[in-house]
Design a protein around this ligand. Structure first.
Ligand SMILES: *Cc1c(COP(=O)(O)O)cnc(C)c1O
Length: 373
Protein backbone atom coordinates (compact mmCIF):
# COMPACT_ATOMS: atom_id res chain seq x y z
CA UNK A 1 0.00 0.00 0.00
CA UNK A 2 1.25 3.44 -0.84
CA UNK A 3 1.85 5.79 2.03
CA UNK A 4 0.46 9.25 1.76
CA UNK A 5 3.02 11.97 2.36
CA UNK A 6 1.74 15.06 4.10
CA UNK A 7 2.71 18.08 2.01
CA UNK A 8 3.45 20.29 5.00
CA UNK A 9 3.76 19.91 8.72
CA UNK A 10 3.28 22.48 11.43
CA UNK A 11 5.95 20.84 13.57
CA UNK A 12 8.40 23.52 14.64
CA UNK A 13 11.99 22.48 14.00
CA UNK A 14 15.17 23.93 15.49
CA UNK A 15 15.92 26.67 12.93
CA UNK A 16 19.68 26.48 13.59
CA UNK A 17 19.68 22.83 12.54
CA UNK A 18 17.07 23.05 9.79
CA UNK A 19 19.05 25.86 8.13
CA UNK A 20 22.46 24.17 8.17
CA UNK A 21 24.42 23.97 4.91
CA UNK A 22 25.01 20.33 3.87
CA UNK A 23 28.37 18.70 4.60
CA UNK A 24 30.08 18.08 1.25
CA UNK A 25 31.32 14.48 1.68
CA UNK A 26 33.48 12.92 -1.03
CA UNK A 27 31.75 10.79 -3.66
CA UNK A 28 31.23 7.20 -2.53
CA UNK A 29 32.59 4.25 -4.45
CA UNK A 30 29.23 2.80 -5.55
CA UNK A 31 28.19 6.12 -7.07
CA UNK A 32 31.59 6.52 -8.76
CA UNK A 33 31.32 3.02 -10.27
CA UNK A 34 27.80 3.67 -11.50
CA UNK A 35 28.72 7.02 -13.06
CA UNK A 36 32.01 5.95 -14.65
CA UNK A 37 30.95 2.43 -15.60
CA UNK A 38 34.31 1.25 -14.29
CA UNK A 39 35.41 -0.80 -11.32
CA UNK A 40 39.00 0.42 -10.83
CA UNK A 41 38.25 3.70 -9.09
CA UNK A 42 41.20 5.83 -7.95
CA UNK A 43 39.79 7.22 -4.70
CA UNK A 44 41.39 10.62 -4.36
CA UNK A 45 38.45 12.51 -2.82
CA UNK A 46 38.52 11.81 0.91
CA UNK A 47 42.13 12.02 2.14
CA UNK A 48 42.19 8.37 3.18
CA UNK A 49 45.46 6.48 3.59
CA UNK A 50 46.25 4.66 0.30
CA UNK A 51 48.47 2.20 2.22
CA UNK A 52 45.55 0.96 4.34
CA UNK A 53 46.40 0.48 8.01
CA UNK A 54 48.95 -1.37 10.11
CA UNK A 55 48.58 -5.18 10.00
CA UNK A 56 48.75 -5.00 13.81
CA UNK A 57 45.32 -3.34 13.74
CA UNK A 58 43.75 -6.19 11.79
CA UNK A 59 45.42 -8.73 14.09
CA UNK A 60 44.04 -6.97 17.18
CA UNK A 61 40.54 -6.98 15.73
CA UNK A 62 40.83 -10.72 15.08
CA UNK A 63 42.17 -11.50 18.57
CA UNK A 64 40.18 -12.67 21.59
CA UNK A 65 40.78 -9.38 23.40
CA UNK A 66 38.22 -7.75 21.09
CA UNK A 67 34.77 -8.51 22.57
CA UNK A 68 32.02 -6.91 20.45
CA UNK A 69 29.33 -8.19 22.82
CA UNK A 70 30.64 -6.00 25.69
CA UNK A 71 29.97 -2.30 26.06
CA UNK A 72 33.22 -0.47 25.43
CA UNK A 73 34.80 1.70 28.13
CA UNK A 74 32.99 5.08 27.85
CA UNK A 75 36.11 6.83 29.18
CA UNK A 76 38.50 5.10 26.71
CA UNK A 77 40.87 4.63 29.65
CA UNK A 78 43.39 2.31 27.98
CA UNK A 79 43.63 4.45 24.84
CA UNK A 80 43.91 7.70 26.83
CA UNK A 81 46.63 6.16 29.01
CA UNK A 82 48.58 5.10 25.89
CA UNK A 83 48.13 8.54 24.33
CA UNK A 84 49.16 10.24 27.58
CA UNK A 85 52.40 8.27 27.62
CA UNK A 86 53.10 8.89 23.95
CA UNK A 87 52.43 12.63 24.17
CA UNK A 88 53.78 13.11 27.71
CA UNK A 89 50.53 14.63 28.96
CA UNK A 90 48.03 13.95 31.73
CA UNK A 91 45.40 11.55 30.27
CA UNK A 92 42.83 13.64 32.14
CA UNK A 93 43.36 16.34 29.51
CA UNK A 94 42.40 13.98 26.66
CA UNK A 95 38.85 13.37 25.39
CA UNK A 96 38.38 10.69 22.72
CA UNK A 97 35.70 11.07 20.07
CA UNK A 98 33.85 9.09 17.41
CA UNK A 99 36.24 10.71 14.97
CA UNK A 100 37.67 14.12 15.76
CA UNK A 101 34.56 15.48 14.02
CA UNK A 102 32.56 14.48 17.11
CA UNK A 103 34.98 16.55 19.19
CA UNK A 104 34.30 19.59 16.96
CA UNK A 105 30.60 19.14 17.79
CA UNK A 106 31.28 18.54 21.50
CA UNK A 107 33.54 21.62 21.76
CA UNK A 108 30.83 23.71 20.08
CA UNK A 109 28.17 22.37 22.45
CA UNK A 110 30.45 22.88 25.47
CA UNK A 111 31.44 26.46 24.71
CA UNK A 112 28.91 28.17 22.44
CA UNK A 113 25.54 29.77 23.14
CA UNK A 114 23.24 31.34 20.51
CA UNK A 115 24.68 34.60 19.23
CA UNK A 116 28.27 33.75 20.22
CA UNK A 117 30.87 34.49 17.57
CA UNK A 118 33.35 32.09 16.01
CA UNK A 119 36.28 32.75 13.69
CA UNK A 120 37.56 30.29 11.12
CA UNK A 121 39.11 30.37 7.65
CA UNK A 122 37.76 30.06 4.11
CA UNK A 123 38.09 27.79 2.25
CA UNK A 124 37.19 25.77 5.30
CA UNK A 125 36.75 22.34 6.77
CA UNK A 126 32.93 22.19 6.68
CA UNK A 127 32.40 21.18 10.29
CA UNK A 128 34.34 24.16 11.66
CA UNK A 129 31.44 26.19 10.35
CA UNK A 130 28.52 23.74 10.56
CA UNK A 131 28.88 22.79 14.25
CA UNK A 132 29.04 26.42 15.48
CA UNK A 133 26.04 27.28 13.25
CA UNK A 134 24.16 24.35 14.82
CA UNK A 135 24.60 26.09 18.18
CA UNK A 136 23.24 29.35 16.81
CA UNK A 137 26.65 31.04 16.66
CA UNK A 138 27.75 33.60 14.06
CA UNK A 139 30.75 32.48 12.00
CA UNK A 140 33.31 34.92 10.59
CA UNK A 141 35.51 33.39 7.88
CA UNK A 142 38.93 34.77 7.01
CA UNK A 143 39.94 34.17 3.39
CA UNK A 144 43.26 32.70 2.36
CA UNK A 145 45.77 35.06 0.79
CA UNK A 146 46.57 35.21 -2.92
CA UNK A 147 49.65 33.11 -2.12
CA UNK A 148 47.25 30.42 -0.80
CA UNK A 149 48.33 30.81 2.81
CA UNK A 150 46.84 31.99 6.14
CA UNK A 151 46.03 35.71 6.26
CA UNK A 152 47.59 36.33 9.66
CA UNK A 153 46.89 40.06 9.75
CA UNK A 154 43.18 39.52 9.07
CA UNK A 155 43.07 36.70 11.62
CA UNK A 156 44.68 38.98 14.23
CA UNK A 157 42.04 41.64 13.59
CA UNK A 158 39.19 39.12 13.85
CA UNK A 159 40.64 37.59 17.02
CA UNK A 160 40.95 41.04 18.64
CA UNK A 161 37.12 41.11 18.79
CA UNK A 162 37.34 38.19 21.29
CA UNK A 163 35.26 35.51 19.53
CA UNK A 164 34.28 32.57 21.74
CA UNK A 165 36.18 30.07 19.56
CA UNK A 166 38.84 30.26 16.81
CA UNK A 167 38.89 27.09 14.68
CA UNK A 168 42.09 26.72 12.65
CA UNK A 169 43.19 23.58 10.86
CA UNK A 170 46.94 23.45 10.42
CA UNK A 171 48.06 21.83 8.21
CA UNK A 172 45.01 23.35 6.54
CA UNK A 173 42.20 21.33 4.97
CA UNK A 174 41.53 22.01 2.08
CA UNK A 175 44.50 24.26 1.26
CA UNK A 176 47.36 22.14 2.54
CA UNK A 177 49.67 24.80 3.94
CA UNK A 178 50.68 24.69 7.58
CA UNK A 179 51.50 27.41 10.10
CA UNK A 180 55.24 27.58 10.70
CA UNK A 181 56.66 28.30 14.17
CA UNK A 182 56.61 32.07 13.87
CA UNK A 183 53.09 32.16 12.36
CA UNK A 184 51.74 29.91 15.11
CA UNK A 185 53.40 32.13 17.73
CA UNK A 186 51.83 35.18 16.10
CA UNK A 187 48.39 33.55 16.27
CA UNK A 188 48.91 32.57 19.90
CA UNK A 189 50.05 36.11 20.68
CA UNK A 190 46.80 37.48 19.23
CA UNK A 191 44.62 35.42 21.57
CA UNK A 192 42.79 37.23 24.40
CA UNK A 193 41.24 35.76 27.57
CA UNK A 194 37.71 34.61 26.76
CA UNK A 195 38.58 32.92 23.46
CA UNK A 196 39.24 29.20 23.00
CA UNK A 197 41.80 28.33 20.30
CA UNK A 198 40.99 25.03 18.58
CA UNK A 199 43.98 23.87 16.53
CA UNK A 200 42.86 20.97 14.33
CA UNK A 201 45.95 18.91 13.49
CA UNK A 202 44.27 16.11 11.51
CA UNK A 203 47.25 16.11 9.09
CA UNK A 204 50.02 16.63 11.66
CA UNK A 205 51.82 13.38 10.81
CA UNK A 206 52.27 14.37 7.13
CA UNK A 207 54.03 17.67 7.84
CA UNK A 208 57.70 18.11 6.96
CA UNK A 209 60.33 17.62 9.66
CA UNK A 210 60.63 20.75 11.77
CA UNK A 211 56.96 21.76 11.51
CA UNK A 212 55.50 22.89 14.85
CA UNK A 213 53.82 20.37 17.16
CA UNK A 214 50.73 22.21 18.41
CA UNK A 215 50.50 20.18 21.60
CA UNK A 216 54.06 21.13 22.58
CA UNK A 217 53.87 24.73 21.44
CA UNK A 218 50.55 25.44 23.17
CA UNK A 219 51.29 23.50 26.36
CA UNK A 220 52.84 26.43 28.27
CA UNK A 221 51.27 29.24 26.25
CA UNK A 222 48.73 30.22 28.89
CA UNK A 223 46.07 30.27 26.13
CA UNK A 224 42.87 28.23 26.57
CA UNK A 225 43.09 25.68 23.79
CA UNK A 226 42.23 22.30 22.35
CA UNK A 227 44.45 20.45 19.87
CA UNK A 228 42.61 17.89 17.73
CA UNK A 229 44.29 14.79 16.30
CA UNK A 230 42.81 11.78 14.50
CA UNK A 231 43.47 8.15 13.62
CA UNK A 232 41.57 8.61 10.33
CA UNK A 233 44.38 9.91 8.16
CA UNK A 234 48.00 8.82 8.72
CA UNK A 235 46.99 5.81 10.83
CA UNK A 236 44.46 4.71 8.20
CA UNK A 237 41.45 4.13 10.46
CA UNK A 238 38.92 6.44 8.77
CA UNK A 239 36.19 3.79 8.72
CA UNK A 240 36.45 3.09 12.44
CA UNK A 241 35.96 6.69 13.62
CA UNK A 242 38.42 7.65 16.33
CA UNK A 243 40.06 10.97 17.05
CA UNK A 244 40.84 12.97 20.16
CA UNK A 245 41.01 16.37 21.82
CA UNK A 246 43.98 17.46 23.94
CA UNK A 247 42.66 20.19 26.24
CA UNK A 248 44.51 22.94 28.10
CA UNK A 249 42.73 22.26 31.39
CA UNK A 250 40.93 19.52 33.31
CA UNK A 251 37.68 21.49 33.66
CA UNK A 252 37.59 22.19 29.92
CA UNK A 253 38.16 18.46 29.24
CA UNK A 254 35.41 17.53 31.70
CA UNK A 255 32.83 19.79 30.05
CA UNK A 256 33.78 18.66 26.51
CA UNK A 257 33.44 15.04 27.66
CA UNK A 258 30.02 15.90 29.13
CA UNK A 259 28.94 17.19 25.71
CA UNK A 260 29.58 13.87 23.90
CA UNK A 261 27.41 10.75 23.99
CA UNK A 262 28.50 8.32 26.74
CA UNK A 263 29.46 5.28 24.62
CA UNK A 264 30.70 7.35 21.70
CA UNK A 265 33.81 5.33 20.77
CA UNK A 266 32.99 1.73 19.93
CA UNK A 267 35.00 -1.32 20.99
CA UNK A 268 36.51 -1.95 17.56
CA UNK A 269 37.70 1.65 17.34
CA UNK A 270 39.31 1.58 20.80
CA UNK A 271 41.04 -1.77 20.12
CA UNK A 272 42.25 -0.60 16.70
CA UNK A 273 43.53 2.76 17.89
CA UNK A 274 45.58 1.18 20.69
CA UNK A 275 47.13 -1.27 18.20
CA UNK A 276 47.78 1.48 15.65
CA UNK A 277 49.49 3.66 18.25
CA UNK A 278 51.72 0.75 19.29
CA UNK A 279 52.90 0.34 15.67
CA UNK A 280 53.95 3.91 15.02
CA UNK A 281 56.69 2.64 12.70
CA UNK A 282 54.07 1.60 10.15
CA UNK A 283 52.44 5.04 10.28
CA UNK A 284 55.75 6.87 9.90
CA UNK A 285 56.80 4.78 6.90
CA UNK A 286 53.41 5.36 5.26
CA UNK A 287 53.54 9.12 5.91
CA UNK A 288 57.04 9.17 4.39
CA UNK A 289 55.75 7.53 1.19
CA UNK A 290 52.91 10.05 1.03
CA UNK A 291 55.34 12.97 1.45
CA UNK A 292 57.53 11.71 -1.40
CA UNK A 293 54.53 11.26 -3.70
CA UNK A 294 53.20 14.68 -2.71
CA UNK A 295 56.42 16.33 -3.92
CA UNK A 296 56.34 14.37 -7.17
CA UNK A 297 52.64 15.01 -7.89
CA UNK A 298 52.87 18.72 -7.00
CA UNK A 299 55.74 19.17 -9.47
CA UNK A 300 53.82 17.33 -12.20
CA UNK A 301 50.66 19.44 -11.68
CA UNK A 302 52.71 22.65 -11.66
CA UNK A 303 54.32 21.54 -14.94
CA UNK A 304 50.80 21.23 -16.41
CA UNK A 305 50.23 24.90 -15.56
CA UNK A 306 48.14 24.56 -12.41
CA UNK A 307 48.79 26.87 -9.46
CA UNK A 308 49.32 24.37 -6.63
CA UNK A 309 49.21 25.39 -2.96
CA UNK A 310 52.20 24.29 -0.87
CA UNK A 311 51.14 21.16 1.01
CA UNK A 312 52.01 19.71 4.40
CA UNK A 313 49.21 17.15 4.09
CA UNK A 314 48.19 14.07 2.09
CA UNK A 315 46.43 16.12 -0.59
CA UNK A 316 47.02 18.91 -3.10
CA UNK A 317 44.77 21.95 -3.64
CA UNK A 318 45.11 23.69 -6.95
CA UNK A 319 43.60 26.40 -9.07
CA UNK A 320 42.35 24.96 -12.36
CA UNK A 321 41.37 28.42 -13.65
CA UNK A 322 37.91 27.25 -14.67
CA UNK A 323 34.91 25.55 -13.05
CA UNK A 324 36.55 22.68 -11.16
CA UNK A 325 33.40 20.55 -11.33
CA UNK A 326 33.91 20.22 -15.11
CA UNK A 327 37.43 18.97 -14.58
CA UNK A 328 36.18 16.61 -11.84
CA UNK A 329 33.54 15.25 -14.24
CA UNK A 330 36.26 14.61 -16.83
CA UNK A 331 38.35 12.77 -14.26
CA UNK A 332 35.35 10.70 -13.16
CA UNK A 333 34.99 9.43 -16.73
CA UNK A 334 38.47 8.01 -16.24
CA UNK A 335 37.41 6.47 -12.91
CA UNK A 336 39.25 9.03 -10.76
CA UNK A 337 37.36 10.76 -7.94
CA UNK A 338 38.59 14.07 -6.52
CA UNK A 339 36.83 16.90 -4.70
CA UNK A 340 35.78 19.95 -6.69
CA UNK A 341 35.60 22.76 -4.12
CA UNK A 342 32.12 24.31 -3.86
CA UNK A 343 32.50 27.17 -1.37
CA UNK A 344 31.63 30.55 -2.85
CA UNK A 345 34.66 32.12 -4.54
CA UNK A 346 36.60 28.85 -4.55
CA UNK A 347 34.81 26.97 -7.33
CA UNK A 348 37.99 27.11 -9.41
CA UNK A 349 39.84 24.89 -6.97
CA UNK A 350 40.16 21.17 -6.87
CA UNK A 351 41.45 19.01 -4.02
CA UNK A 352 43.11 15.70 -4.86
CA UNK A 353 44.30 13.21 -2.26
CA UNK A 354 47.75 11.68 -2.67
CA UNK A 355 47.18 8.02 -3.53
CA UNK A 356 49.44 5.11 -4.39
CA UNK A 357 52.06 5.99 -7.06
CA UNK A 358 49.93 4.30 -9.76
CA UNK A 359 46.85 6.34 -8.72
CA UNK A 360 48.88 9.55 -8.85
CA UNK A 361 50.20 8.59 -12.28
CA UNK A 362 46.63 8.11 -13.48
CA UNK A 363 45.62 11.52 -12.09
CA UNK A 364 48.56 13.27 -13.75
CA UNK A 365 48.00 11.53 -17.11
CA UNK A 366 44.25 12.25 -17.06
CA UNK A 367 44.79 15.92 -16.22
CA UNK A 368 47.39 16.20 -18.96
CA UNK A 369 44.85 14.86 -21.46
CA UNK A 370 42.03 17.11 -20.19
CA UNK A 371 44.23 20.22 -20.25
CA UNK A 372 45.39 19.50 -23.81
CA UNK A 373 41.80 19.45 -25.14
C1 LIG B 1 39.75 14.57 8.07
C2 LIG B 1 39.67 15.70 9.05
C3 LIG B 1 39.30 15.48 10.36
C4 LIG B 1 39.14 14.08 10.85
O1 LIG B 1 37.89 13.71 11.03
P1 LIG B 1 37.60 12.34 11.76
O2 LIG B 1 36.25 12.60 12.31
O3 LIG B 1 38.63 12.15 12.85
O4 LIG B 1 37.64 11.28 10.73
C5 LIG B 1 39.24 16.53 11.23
N1 LIG B 1 39.56 17.77 10.84
C6 LIG B 1 39.96 18.01 9.59
C7 LIG B 1 40.35 19.40 9.22
C8 LIG B 1 39.99 17.00 8.65
O5 LIG B 1 40.35 17.24 7.40
Amino acid sequence: MEQSVKPTSSLPLNPHIAGLPPYNAGMNIAMARALSGRHDIARLASNENPDGCSPAVLAALASSSFEPWRYADPACTALRTALGERLAIDPGLIVVGNGSEEMIAAISRAVLVPGASVVTTVPSFGLHEIEPLAMGADVVKIAMTHEMDFDLAALETAIAAVPRIVFISSPWNPVGSGLDHSSLQRLIGAMRPGTLLVLDEAYFEFADAGAPDGIEVLRDSGVDHVVLRTFSKAYGLAGLRVGYAVCSGLELARVIAAAKTPFNVNAAAQTAAIAALADEGWMKASAGRVRAERVRAAAALAALGFRVAPSQTNFLFFDCKGDSSRLAAGLLKQAIIVKAWREGGYEHYLRATIGLPADNDRLIAALQELVAR
